[in-house]
Design a protein around this ligand. Structure first.
Ligand code: ATP
Ligand code: MG
Length: 393
């Protein structure tokens, strides 16, 4: 029997005239994600995408896991395709879902009939197939109100399909439909989560990491590449822009008041990130900043940090509690890598008593002794670009 993946589209179905554009993007993303698992024919009918294996060599288990990371898909069912005939549907349900039905205490059959020319109504199909299944599995109760297993029959244009419970997909919007953004990726817990959340709204991501060798180690850099590779399961392969940040940090340490170092450093990160964004057609910066978490994340500090750039800064985790961020980090599998104990550039020159309410005047005065364009240009021209290809599951 042939099996096939049925992917339900989420919000894209609401997008009116843009719908086709969204759908084509989703199809392209699903095709791309399925490529390592064999050849699939991917197409959309109504609000469902079909990923049909073209031959027996396709890895259906791998494919089924992989499509759950494609944004824009709300649920995934692995289904058996069969002829549009009531007995063929019963046979398919019995063979394909027999184990699951046997294991369940109760079941029911639910039918969705998209093909209105099919000679039976949804209820008639459910009753017919349900009746035969009840005879075939006499120890399993039929319970139409609270079944442990729902056997779903879908009668569509070209085939009928049977499947058990649908599993949740990644939700969100297809990567790319919202444009591009630069994400400031540290090795911490917050920024990978922020990157994931922003990407989930359809943004294609360019990760940027500020690297202060030798104050921070090669391992710290590798950790960020590893995080990007984990995120690539959702975001597709990316290229991490690693910005040499040592000279800027030394200049700040030598020439500026200690209590402002963190804010001054963050302003440089913003400026350089904006330059990368503009060079790559990105419409926003993304950070893992979170209100009140540390001294540089008060309202006053955030305002001064973003004052030096003219591009929107998205902060998807701004209002989440740490616990909530950690829960997401665990779900997307970045947590264990994030907690590896390599220092970040922020921790290297941390002031003993950072200013929690910095004033713009003081900041501008402190920066007046620096060659800002020169430092930005020097860091920008030293960028190392490292491919972050998807980490196998
Ligand atoms: P995270 O857990 O993401 O490191 P954090 O709570 O430690 O965040 P900060 O260290 O103050 O907070 O950094 C705030 C944000 O600035 C980060 O979430 C990230 O977006 C960005 N950032 C900090 N350090 C770096 C770095 N070395 N390279 C790139 N971005 C950075
Ligand atoms: Mg950090």
């Amino acid at each position: 029997m042939k099996d096939i993946l049925l992917l339900k589209q989420g919000e894209i179905v609401l997008k009116g005239l843009n719908r086709r554009h969204f759908e084509l993007k989703l199809i392209a993303n699903v095709e791309k994600r399925l490529r390592p698992f064999g050849q699939f024919n991917v197409y959309a009918v109504q609000s469902t995408l079909y990923a049909e294996p073209m031959d027996d060599s396709c890895d259906m288990d791998g494919a089924c896991e992989a499509v759950k990371t494609v944004f824009g898909v709300v649920s995934v069912s692995r289904a058996a395709a069969c002829e549009k005939d009531k007995d063929a549907i019963f046979e398919a349900a019995k063979t394909y879902l027999g184990d699951a039905i046997s294991r369940a205490r109760s079941f029911k059959v639910e039918t969705k009939r998209a093909d209105k020319r099919f000679p039976m109504t949804s209820i008639e199909i459910s009753q017919y197939v349900g009746g035969l299944l009840a005879d075939a599995f006499p120890h399993v109760k039929v319970d139409v109100h609270n079944p442990e297993l729902t056997v779903t029959v879908e009668v569509r244009d070209y085939s009928a399909y049977v499947h058990g419970a649908a599993e949740p997909g990644a939700g969100g919007l297809p990567i790319g439909v919202g444009g591009r953004a630069v994400s400031l990726l540290s090795g911490g817990i917050d920024s990978p989560v922020a990157t994931y959340l922003a990407a989930r709204r359809g943004l294609s991501i360019i990760p940027v990491h500020f690297f202060s060798f030798p104050y921070t180690s090669e391992q710290a850099k590798q950790k960020v590449i590893d995080l990007a590779r984990i995120l690539a399961r959702y975001c597709f392969d990316m290229r991490v822009e690693v910005v040499p940040f040592t000279h800027i940090q030394e200049e700040l340490r030598d020439k500026c008041p200690e209590e402002l170092l963190t804010i001054l450093m963050r302003r440089f990160m913003m400026r350089i990130s904006e330059k990368i964004a503009r060079a790559n057609g990105c419409g926003a910066l993304i950070t893992g900043e979170n209100l009140g978490q540390v001294a540089s994340q008060t309202l006053e500090a955030l305002a001064v940090t973003e004052e030096c750039v003219g591009i929107p800064i998205l902060r998807p985790v701004i209002a989440l509690d740490k616990r909530e961020i950690v829960d997401i980090a665990r779900k997307i599998d970045t947590f264990d890598t994030s907690i590896l104990p390599y220092e970040d550039c922020c921790t290297v020159f941390t002031p003993r008593r950072p200013k929690t309410k910095p004033r713009l005047d003081d900041i501008l005065k402190a920066e007046a002794v620096l060659d800002i364009p020169g430092l930005v240009e020097e860091a920008y021209s030293g960028i190392e670009r490292i491919p972050a290809t998807i980490l196998p599951y």
